[in-house]
Design a binder for this molecule. Structure first.
Ligand SMILES: [Fe+2]
Length: 199
C-alpha cells in the first residue's frame, strides 16, 4: 500500500472508532472511496510546521497525525485563498489537502475529507460555506469561534460541528494547528465566503 492509501485507511478507521453521535450521523452510510486519482505532489510552506511539530503525538489523534506526516511529501497540498483575501503572511501559514472529494486523492461526489494546517500566530477570520462541516483538531490549544461567539480553546480529538452557512473562525498562538475536516451537503469545492465582505 502507498502512503496515501495507508492514510485513507487510517482516516476511515479513526472516524469509525469514535462513538460521537454527531460524527457517526455525519458519516453514516458513506461509501468510502476506492478510486484513486493520480495527483502530483505539491508542497507548501505551511507543511514545514507539520514536519517540525513539537507537540507529542499521543493517542489515536497522534497516530493519525504521524500517518499524515509520513505521507506529506506525496500529497497535493493546496490553498483556496489568494493574497487579496487575507494577505501574503496568511498564505505562508495556511494550506489543506483533500484526501477524498471532487478533486482530492480519492474520488467522491458525496463527501470531502482531508486535513487543514495552520502555522503559529494565524487568525483565519470569519468565513462560511454551504457545506456542513466537521473538524477534529489533532493538536492542542487552537482557538475556535462559531456564530460570532468568543474564541474558545479546543483540544486534540474534540469534534467541532459547523452547520451549513454558519460563520466560523480559528486562531493559533504559539503552536500550529493540524485538523481533520469533513464536508458534505453542499458544493464540495466551493471557496468559503469571507463573512462581512462584499463579494
Ligand atoms: Fe469551514
Amino acid at each position: 500500500m502507498s502512503a496515501v492509501d495507508e492514510l485513507l485507511v487510517a482516516f476511515r478507521d479513526y472516524l469509525q472508532s469514535r462513538s460521537n453521535p454527531v460524527l457517526q450521523h455525519f458519516i453514516e452510510g458513506f461509501d468510502w472511496p476506492t478510486e484513486e486519482r493520480a495527483l502530483a505532489p505539491h508542497d507548501l510552506p505551511v507543511v514545514t510546521y507539520l514536519r517540525e511539530l513539537d507537540q507529542a503525538a499521543n493517542g489515536a489523534e497522534g497516530a493519525l497525525r504521524n500517518r499524515l506526516s509520513h505521507a506529506a511529501a506525496v500529497l497535493h497540498w493546496a490553498q483556496t485563498y489568494s493574497i487579496t483575501d487575507f494577505g501574503g503572511d496568511f498564505l505562508e501559514r495556511y494550506g489543506w489537502v483533500e484526501l477524498f472529494g471532487t478533486r482530492g486523492h480519492f474520488a467522491s461526489e458525496e463527501m470531502a475529507g482531508g486535513f487543514l494546517l495552520l502555522g503559529p500566530g494565524v487568525h483565519y477570520r470569519d468565513h462560511h460555506h454551504e457545506a456542513e462541516e466537521i473538524y477534529i483538531p489533532l493538536t492542542d490549544g487552537s482557538l475556535w469561534s462559531k456564530d460570532a461567539q468568543p474564541f474558545l480553546p479546543r483540544w486534540s480529538g474534540e469534534i467541532i460541528h459547523h452547520p451549513s452557512n454558519i460563520r466560523h473562525a480559528m486562531r493559533t498562538e504559539d503552536q500550529p494547528l493540524v485538523a481533520l475536516y469533513l464536508w458534505r451537503g453542499g458544493p464540495l469545492a466551493q471557496k468559503s465566503i469571507i463573512s462581512g465582505r462584499m463579494q
